[in-house]
Design a protein around this ligand. Structure first.
Ligand SMILES: NC(=O)C1=CN([C@@H]2O[C@H](COP(=O)(O)OP(=O)(O)OC[C@H]3O[C@@H](n4cnc5c(N)ncnc54)[C@H](O)[C@@H]3O)[C@@H](O)[C@H]2O)C=CC1
Ligand SMILES: CC(=O)[C@](C)(O)C(=O)O
Ligand SMILES: [Mg+2]
Ligand SMILES: [Mg+2]
Length: 347
């Protein structure tokens, strides 16, 4: 553990310096890691673990993603199995099915959680809302979590670029006395940037807040509101899109990603700085009550229940795809396609 100061608050975190890959390999050398589910996180975690020299198998039901696993080099009968076969062979069972899928398969899978095995999650969902999910692990298994703070797609691409995606980790149940070292070793194995400690409860609530908030929901709401106001006042799609999204992703967000918001501000005009400093508190005041509403809706289980109900419907995928298509078809995101096409590096 390294003690690091985060804005005046000291936290214990794990980095590859105190916990190198060789140590992680040593800790997990006798384990068979069974990655159950090959959607978004599955390929990222399984691929990184395999490339890092761990003993990994994949369990996935037949269909398009099974074929993707084959295309990625997982060999049927050797490293690629049905969900149940993989769960039987694995000593670390990684629940990387969708959160609703985990509820559906739990009754079939729990019999493979024999004494001393490890049940691994990348989200606090199943355990934190166990009154709604029905997931109650046997007492003689370790239950741990490493939650990558980003898409499984980025986990893989950042690994291939020699970078790392930050992850949180938590221990829910330590039956063997070795849950924590296994958990951290796993996090290093999947290519974490640094690892910070949490609980299943804190991960689940912060994650659902973040994705509904600034990471996905709030940012789309912000973009749509500004784009529509600009368009309704006679600005062209090109102007509205560049002032709302393109400039942010291509010029300004990389600046504050690299050296902080004040540095991004400092690299903009004094006119922009004056206005942004005046308007930031107004947006904060308008948005904060919605954030409190969101947090409450997560904390009291409403958001989890909506996800469970909607994502357990037999046609959830068609319905989700239709909603994503409607987003794709919005003028703003169609304008985006032309803007991307016009990036000099794209033509
Ligand atoms: N998508 C991401 O990048 C992130 C996901 N997570 C967590 O990681 C876990 C996995 O999430 P994703 O990779 O997004 O999952 P996903 O939605 O991509 O689904 C993974 C797999 O689940 C299988 N599946 C779904 N329902 C099933 C059922 N009833 N029976 C059998 N198989 C079923 C699908 O075939 C799919 O291959 C979740 O706990 C999620 O909250 C955490 C961080 C980021
Ligand atoms: C990518 C991530 O961590 C999210 C947004 O929380 C998720 O995909 O659930
Ligand atoms: Mg997340
Ligand atoms: Mg999430």
């Amino acid at each position: 553990m390294a003690k690091m100061n985060f804005g005046g608050v000291v936290e214990d975190v794990v980095t590859k310096e105190e916990f190198p890959l060789e140590k992680a390999r040593e800790i997990l050398k006798d384990e068979t890691i069974a990655v159950i589910g090959y959607g978004i996180q599955g390929p990222g975690q399984a691929g990184n673990l395999r490339d890092n020299g761990f003993n990994v198998i994949v369990g996935q039901r037949q269909g398009k993603t099974y074929d993707k696993a084959v295309a990625d080099g997982w060999v049927p009968g050797k490293t690629l199995f049905s969900i149940e076969e993989a769960a039987e062979k694995g000593t670390i069972i990684c629940m990387l099915l969708s959160d609703a899928g985990q509820i559906a398969v739990w009754p079939k899978l729990k019999k493979y959680l024999t004494k001393g095995k490890t049940l691994y999650y990348s989200h606090g969902f199943a355990i934190n809302w166990q009154d709604r999910t029905g997931v109650v692990p046997p007492e003689d298994v370790d239950v741990v979590m490493v939650a990558p703070k980003g898409s499984g797609t980025s986990l893989r691409t950042m690994f291939l670029e020699g970078r790392g995606l930050n992850c949180s980790y938590a221990i829910y149940q330590d039956a063997t006395g070795k849950a924590e070292e296994k958990c951290i070793a796993f996090g290093i194995g999947i290519g974490a940037g640094y690892l910070f400690q949490t609980t299943f409860h804190k991960e689940a609530t912060s994650d659902l807040t973040g994705e509904r908030g600034s990471l996905m929901g709030a940012i789309e709401g912000l973009f749509e509101a500004q784009y529509e106001v600009l368009r309704s006042h006679g600005h062209s799609p090109s102007e509205a899109f560049n002032e709302t999204v393109e400039e942010l992703t291509q010029s300004l967000a990389p600046l504050f990603g690299e050296k902080g918001m004040d540095w991004m501000y400092a690299n903009c005009s004094t006119t922009a700085q004056r206005g942004a400093l005046d308007w930031a508190p107004r947006f904060k005041a308008a948005i904060k009550p919605v954030m409190e509403w969101l947090y409450l809706s997560v904390e009291n289980g409403t958001e989890a229940q909506i996800s469970i109900d909607k994502n357990s419907l037999p046609d959830y995928r068609e319905k989700l795809n239709a909603e994503l298509q409607a987003m794709h078809d919005m003028e703003m995101w169609r304008a985006a396609e032309t803007v991307r096409q016009l990036r000099p590096e794209n033509n």
